[in-house]
Design a protein. Sequence first.
Length: 310
Amino acid sequence: MTNGIVVIGATFVDIKGYPLEVYVPNGRNAGTVMEVHGGVCRNVAEDIANVELKPTFVSIVDNSGTSTDVVNKLIRHKINTKYIRRVEGGLGTWLAIFSNEGDVIASISRRPDLSEISNILKEQGDELIGNADSVVVEIDMDSSILKQIFELAEKYHKEVYAVVSNMSIAMQRRDLLKRTGVIVCNEQEAGMLFSDDYCSMTPEEFMHILDRQVKSAKYPRMVVTMGSKGAVYASMDGEPGFCPSIPVGVIDTTGAGDAFFSGVAIGLTYGKSLGEACQIGTRLANSVISTTDNVCPRFMPQEFGIEADR
């Protein structure tokens, strides 16, 4: 039985504050505060599940009631939680304040202890990765855990798709980036990776530069999001391209990048071209930024030309 797309990474609880009036820095701002389940890879697993594709999530939580709520919600979304373990300090926390435009203007993050993932891979890695359709990882996880994941993926000929949480750390994994099926990041992160500034460029200008950079660095595929401008992509063995954005009303941009990545991973896993995968990502991202809870609505695989028997 397939494990679907296997997603490996951290689980967080996000505490988010939204001002009711114009936000005043250093002021006492009245607003609303909400707590939602988060973490890049947890978000990705949920986004994939919302396309009815039954992914497997490998993560660590703690022994709190909050963690129980997190796991129960994943189960309700038909996510395989067999490989989630509970350890002290296993649940992360992200505290964020948002502007009136829906952008994060201040945040503090408490990272969870993910070392138990190494034991999961030692004990159950063969059945986990061997039965995967593909693998998604946070490329800025501990390097020893990443090494285990890539070795198992190469043993069973599975593609690994890299999502970036912290580009400063990801840059230390350049050898692994060359072994990924796709790297997805934003234009600021791409600037860090290639030591350049792309923020003032048009997508048409940037995609040709990205094409040269990807081929020079020998990254198999790379997609760079450019906010409202859309996304550009390039690969070692194909032509570069541009996927335009679709205008929607923005409430909260949190999770949009994760949803976009999820669409790219879904598309590439199930036989779509890089350009088609970016179109799926754009559609999922748009569905997230126009909601207050950053939850991708349900889609059917057939809406993206994907077989339903997953």
